[in-house]
Design a protein. Structure first.
Length: 449
C-alpha cells in the first residue's frame, strides 16, 4: 500500500500584468461577491481533486490559490481550471494557456509569499496587495471554500509580508498605483502650468480613497462622485483637511464631467461609467486616469482628452523598481527563508499530535492490561497506584528515543513519509481526538498585519 504524504500539495495559477495585457485582465476580473462565490462554487463542483480554493482578483492580477488532494496531478487541475475560466469568461483556452503561470508545492508557496510581500506587484513595495489578499482569503474562508490548508498558507504569508516591510523598508515611500497616478498628474499640472488644483474622483472604494489622500497631500481639492454619502462622511473623519473634499451623488456625473481638467476613476463597475455621449468640447485640455479593471472610462473621441490606464502607468513605475533593487534582493531572501520555515512549521504540526497520540495509545494499552491483571487478581488492588507509576515510567522510557527522533526529523523533507508510516503501523489515523485538526489553532488573523 502506498503511504499517503501528509503535507498539503499547494497549487497556484497566475495571470498578471507581466504576462497579460489590460484588455484580457478586464475579462478575467471579478468585482462582485456574488460572481466570486459563483465562480468558486463552479470550481468546487467540477474539480473534485481541489480540496480548498480562493481567488485573488485585482487590477494587476487574477490568481487562483488551491490545495490539492493526495495523488492529484497539477497539470490536470490546470487544464480543468482553464476550461472553467474559458467558459466563464468567454475566452479561448489557448489564449489563457499562453499567459498563465502555474506553480506547485514550494514554488507555489514562494509565489504566494512574494505576491503578499508586494515583490510581484507593478509597484514594488505597495501595501494595498496585502489587504486585498486578506479580503480574498476572508471571503473564501467565510464562504467555506477554504479551510486548514489555505489558512495555514495565508497565515504565514501575512507574517512574511510584515517581516519584509519591517526589515527592508521597501514600503516606506508608500508607493502605489494611486500615488504614481497622482504624482504623474502633478507633473502634468506643472508642465501645463495649471494653477487650479482641483480633481474629480469617481468612486469611494479603497483605490479611490487612496487617490484622495494622495491628492490632499499634494494640495489638491477633490469632488467625489459616489453612491453612499454615509460612507463618505465616515471616510472624511480620517482626513486632516476634510474641508478640501466634497461629495455629490454619481447621478450628477453629467453636470461635472466637463468641468474638471483632472479626473480619476476607480469603481468596481463592470461597465463604462464615463461614456462619450456625456462629453462636450472644452477650451482646456483634460487628463483622465482610469485606475479600474475592468476599465471605467470609454476611450474618448475628443482630441483634447488624454487617458491613462493602469498599464500606461508602468513606465512611470520602472524608476521605482530600480531604486528599490537592494531592498528587493533582501526581501527575496526573507521570502525564501519563510518558504523553508513554513514547511518546517507544517511538518511540526504533524509531528506534535502524533507524539501525543503515541503516548495516549501507550497509556491506554498499559491501563487496559493493568485492569485485566487486577480483575484476574494477578496483583493486589492496593498495588494499583504503584503499578500505574511503573507502567507510566516504562512507556515514557520506551517512547523517549522515538519522540526525540520524530522531533528531530520534523525539520527534514522526508518527515511527512515517516509520520504516514507510523500512523499506518499504529492505526492512528482516526484513533484520537488529538489527531483532529483544530482550525482555531491555526486561525489566520486576517484583520492584522
Amino acid at each position: 500500500m502506498e503511504l499517503e504524504t501528509h503535507l498539503s500539495k499547494y497549487f497556484t495559477l497566475a495571470f498578471t500584468h507581466k504576462s497579460m495585457g489590460l484588455e484580457m485582465r478586464e475579462k478575467l476580473a471579478i468585482n462582485s461577491s456574488a460572481t466570486l462565490k459563483e465562480f468558486l462554487q463552479t470550481i468546487k463542483n467540477h474539480c473534485p481533486n481541489i480540496k480548498e480554493c480562493m481567488v485573488l482578483s485585482t487590477c494587476n492580477r487574477f490568481e487562483i490559490y488551491a490545495s490539492l488532494k493526495h495523488g492529484a496531478h497539477a497539470n490536470e487541475q490546470k487544464s480543468a481550471l482553464l476550461k472553467i475560466l474559458a467558459q466563464n469568461k468567454k475566452m479561448s483556452v489557448s489564449d489563457l494557456e499562453k499567459c498563465v503561470l502555474m506553480s506547485v508545492d514550494e514554488s507555489a508557496v514562494h509565489h504566494v509569499f512574494s505576491v503578499c510581500s508586494s515583490l510581484d506587484s507593478l509597484v514594488v513595495g505597495e501595501t494595498q496587495i496585502t489587504g486585498q489578499m486578506k479580503n480574498a482569503y476572508k471571503f473564501a474562508f467565510e464562504e467555506k471554500f477554504c479551510s486548514k490548508d489555505l489558512t495555514r498558507l495565508l497565515h504565514f504569508a501575512f507574517k512574511c509580508a510584515a517581516k519584509v516591510r519591517n526589515l527592508t523598508g521597501i514600503s516606506k515611500q508608500g508607493v502605489s498605483i494611486s500615488s504614481v497616478a497622482v504624482k504623474e498628474a502633478l507633473n502634468i499640472f506643472e508642465k501645463e502650468r495649471i494653477k487650479d488644483k482641483k480633481a474629480l474622483v469617481i468612486g469611494l472604494g479603497e483605490m479611490a480613497q487612496l487617490v484622495i489622500k494622495h491628492l490632499l497631500n499634494k494640495q489638491f481639492e477633490a469632488l467625489i462622485l459616489g453612491r453612499n454619502e454615509a460612507k463618505f462622511e465616515d471616510f472624511i473623519k480620517e482626513l486632516e483637511e476634510p474641508k478640501k473634499v466634497s461629495f455629490q451623488n454619481i447621478e450628477n456625473l453629467n453636470a461635472y464631467i466637463n468641468e474638471y481638467q483632472l479626473l480619476f476613476c476607480a469603481t468596481s463597475s463592470p461597465h463604462f461609467i464615463v461614456q462619450n455621449d456625456m462629453l462636450k468640447e472644452t477650451i482646456f485640455r483634460r487628463f483622465w486616469f482610469d485606475l479600474a479593471v475592468p476599465r471605467n472610462i470609454e476611450k474618448p473621441v475628443l482630441d483634447n482628452i488624454f487617458l491613462y490606464s493602469v498599464d500606461d502607468l508602468e513606465p512611470m513605475v520602472r524608476e521605482n523598481v530600480e531604486n528599490r533593487q537592494e531592498s528587493r534582493t533582501k526581501a527575496y531572501e526573507i521570502v525564501g527563508l519563510a518558504t523553508m520555515e513554513f514547511y518546517q512549521w507544517i511538518q511540526s504540526l504533524e509531528v506534535e499530535p502524533l507524539i501525543k497520540d503515541l503516548r495516549e495509545l501507550a497509556r491506554i494499552s498499559a491501563q487496559k492490561e493493568l485492569q485485566k491483571a487486577l480483575k484476574k487478581r494477578y496483583v493486589p488492588k492496593e498495588y494499583e497506584s504503584n503499578i500505574e507509576k511503573i507502567l507510566h515510567n516504562a512507556f515514557n522510557t520506551f517512547l523517549h528515543h522515538p519522540t526525540i527522533a520524530l522531533k528531530k526529523n520534523a525539520q527534514k523533507e522526508e518527515s511527512d513519509v515517516l509520520v504516514g508510516a507510523i500512523k499506518n503501523l499504529f492505526n492512528l489515523d482516526k484513533s484520537s481526538a488529538n489527531h483532529a485538526q483544530n482550525l482555531n489553532l491555526y486561525k489566520c488573523e486576517y484583520y492584522e498585519e
